[in-house]
Design a protein around this ligand. Structure first.
Ligand SMILES: *[C@@H]1O[C@H](CO)[C@@H](O)[C@H](O)[C@H]1NC(C)=O
Ligand SMILES: *[C@@H]1O[C@H](CO)[C@@H](O)[C@H](O)[C@H]1NC(C)=O
Ligand SMILES: *[C@@H]1O[C@H](CO)[C@@H](O)[C@H](O)[C@H]1NC(C)=O
Ligand SMILES: *[C@@H]1O[C@H](CO)[C@@H](O)[C@H](O)[C@H]1NC(C)=O
Ligand SMILES: *[C@@H]1O[C@H](CO)[C@@H](O)[C@H](O)[C@H]1NC(C)=O
Length: 539
């Protein structure tokens, strides 16, 4: 099923079409005179501008913080649209910067995008992705600018925006403006996001179930303080940078041994572990001096440090983190956790206690203990843990949610998503068949954090990755629309791996990803590249 968002042909061919563009442009520019939205006093308009397809925004002119532009590209504007930038106060001492992109050729749908990490950054590629399908699209800066948690220091309202309110306010104001601008309300409202954005999607499903009719939530940062504690423990145990206690050479041996024991379990020896739940390698084979140990081997102490990170971390009977998944992608995982490429995890591990838990800028990781981890988790400001298991309000109003997570995620392990699904199942006393009516979860083999990785990693999940096509079969944004509006729920999600993750360079493989709790098994010929050889199996 395809979703047309084109203007009826009669309009395109009509002589008044040119006049309509002028009218649209004029209505857009008139918004600069100001906007009022009930419940939000003091909204100010920064910019109201008609922008034509293919324009590229200039971040230096737009005043976008450089810590954002370092990781967020500015894509060309996909369709003619009205771009509106606003300041929306969310309390006496907080505000969001909101962008609203209103396509000239509107599909009648509304969508909100989310954020990543501790940001602070409007995700322009996601706005462009959604606007290309004619959604009235919003994105905001999550209540602060840049990627640092320093904005939270002694600013509880800014922290509350980050925990839930920025997304809420952006959606409420965005919907109201959409209605004012087009003269009628949206038909259905949607959300998609990954990482922190995945958590934001779940936050809405749990606490503001009225906000969206359909949600796509990827690699959610559930129990965020516990995740940061996991990063802190990893830094303390293994060190940071390139000078780490278990060398990358030794982690390479761990990865090779993992693939040796697990890669074939799914029926295809292709470097992709299709079900990390079934991969339980015996790493004692790497112990120096043991029978058949490789030249690069682990000492007993190294082995015990390494084995520990794959197990759930429990303090005083409480799970702080579910443990790293055995993905066969251990080297990248470790390089990211120790901050060899980007500072993310090591920075967040100290920023959270500094600016939120202790409000002490001198706090550092040498003060970290298991009791600290427990404190972070229990403090749970504004319920940022996002761990409610009862979704009955969301279900009962007919809303739908697609949850997805990469099995090779190097920042947030899929074990957290598995545990959350089971938590919902227990809380609602619902079997997977029961949950299927509104909540479906897909585990994606060989997908890293949100995008990337050796697996079939592109499926219309984000503006940061290539989109294989518009068919709901292989496009999650179109899928959630098909489910909400046409009852076409996803049985599988078809992913594509492009050469160098670039669509222009061609396709490496396509593969359908299975709905939890099924596992992907290959019964075809060769190394797993035959899509039809894969089957979702209940074990
Ligand atoms: C937009 O840019 C692309 C690539 O540069 C070009 O092929 C296309 O014709 C342009 N479209 C418009 C409407 O200018
Ligand atoms: C964020 O940056 C925008 C654009 O430069 C600015 O208008 C806004 O006041 C900033 N917000 C905060 C909370 O500093
Ligand atoms: C702060 O906000 C409250 C409502 O949340 C309001 O009653 C109060 O007057 C505000 N204070 C200032 C100084 O604006
Ligand atoms: C970007 O944001 C960070 C964090 O708020 C801030 O320290 C920095 O000054 C900002 N840079 C610019 C150019 O506004
Ligand atoms: C799988 O086998 C095909 C055909 O032999 C080959 O072209 C392809 O490179 C192989 N792919 C991988 C990932 O090994």
């Amino acid at each position: 099923m395809r979703f047309s968002h084109s203007l009826p042909l009669i309009l395109l061919s009509s002589p008044v079409f040119g006049a309509r563009i002028e009218d649209f442009k004029a209505r857009c520019e008139a918004l600069s005179k100001g906007i009022e939205v009930k419940g939000y006093n003091g909204i100010s308009v920064n910019l109201a501008q008609y922008i034509t397809k293919n324009t590229t925004l200039d971040p230096t002119v737009e005043g976008i913080n450089t810590t954002c532009t370092s990781w967020i590209p500015m894509p060309p504007i996909p369709v003619n649209l009205c771009r509106l930038a606003l300041h929306v106060p969310t309390s006496n001492s907080s505000e969001i910067v909101l962008e609203t992109w209103l396509p000239e050729d509107w599909s009648g749908r509304f969508v909100s995008t989310g954020n990543g990490g501790l940001g602070g950054c409007i995700q322009y590629p996601d706005l462009a992705f959604a606007a290309s399908y004619g959604f009235a699209t919003v994105g905001n800066n999550n209540g602060h600018n840049g990627t640092s948690g320093s904005a939270f220091l002694h600013q509880p309202e800014v922290l509350e925006d980050y925990a839930w309110r920025a997304l809420y306010a952006g959606a409420v104001v965005g919907k109201d403006i959409t209605k004012q601008f087009y003269g009628k309300a949206h038909k259905k409202s949607y959300y998609f996001g990954c990482s922190s954005g995945g958590r934001q999607g779940w936050k809405a499903a749990q606490f503001n179930p009225e906000l969206f009719d359909g949600i796509v939530a990827g690699a959610p940062a559930f129990e965020l303080p516990g995740l940061f504690a996991h990063y802190a423990r990893f830094s303390v145990n293994f060190g940071t940078g390139t000078d780490i206690k278990v060398s990358i050479e030794k982690w390479t041996a761990v990865q090779q041994e993992t693939l040796r024991q697990c890669d074939h379990l799914d029926g295809a020896t292709d470097g992709i572990v299709e079900d990390t739940r079934r991969c339980k390698p015996d790493l004692s084979k790497l112990l120096c001096g043991s029978h058949g140990a490789p030249a690069v081997c682990l000492s007993p102490k190294e082995l015990s440090l390494v084995e520990q990170v794959f197990k759930p971390w429990v303090v005083d009977g409480q799970i702080i983190y579910s443990g790293i998944a055995h993905s066969g992608d251990e080297v990248i995982h470790v390089q990211n956790l120790v901050g060899e490429f980007i500072q993310g995890p090591t920075t967040w591990a100290s920023e959270w206690p500094r600016y939120v838990v202790h409000e002490d800028v001198n706090w550092d990781l040498s003060q970290f203990t298991p009791q600290e981890a427990l404190l972070w988790k229990q403090q749970n400001p504004y319920n940022i843990n996002t761990w409610e298991g009862d979704l009955s309000k969301f279900r009962d109003r007919g809303a739908k949610i697609i949850h997805w997570h990469g099995e090779a995620d190097q920042y947030i392990d899929i074990t957290q998503s598995d545990r959350y699904y089971e938590h919902v199942s227990r809380s609602m006393r619902a079997s997977p068949q029961d949950l299927d009516s509104f909540y479906r979860y897909f585990r994606v083999g060989g997908l890293q954090h949100c995008w990337g990785g050796a697996g079939a990693n592109s499926f219309g999940q984000s503006g940061f990755s290539m989109t294989p096509g518009d068919d709901p079969e292989e496009n999650l944004l179109m899928r959630i629309v098909a489910w909400v509006e046409g009852g076409e729920a996803p049985e599988t999600v078809r992913g594509t791996k492009f050469v160098n993750d670039d669509k222009a360079q061609g396709v490496v493989l396509t593969r359908k990803h299975c709905k939890y709790p099924a596992t992907n098994v290959y019964r075809g010929k060769g190394n797993g590249t035959d899509e039809a050889g894969w089957h979702c199996v209940h074990t």
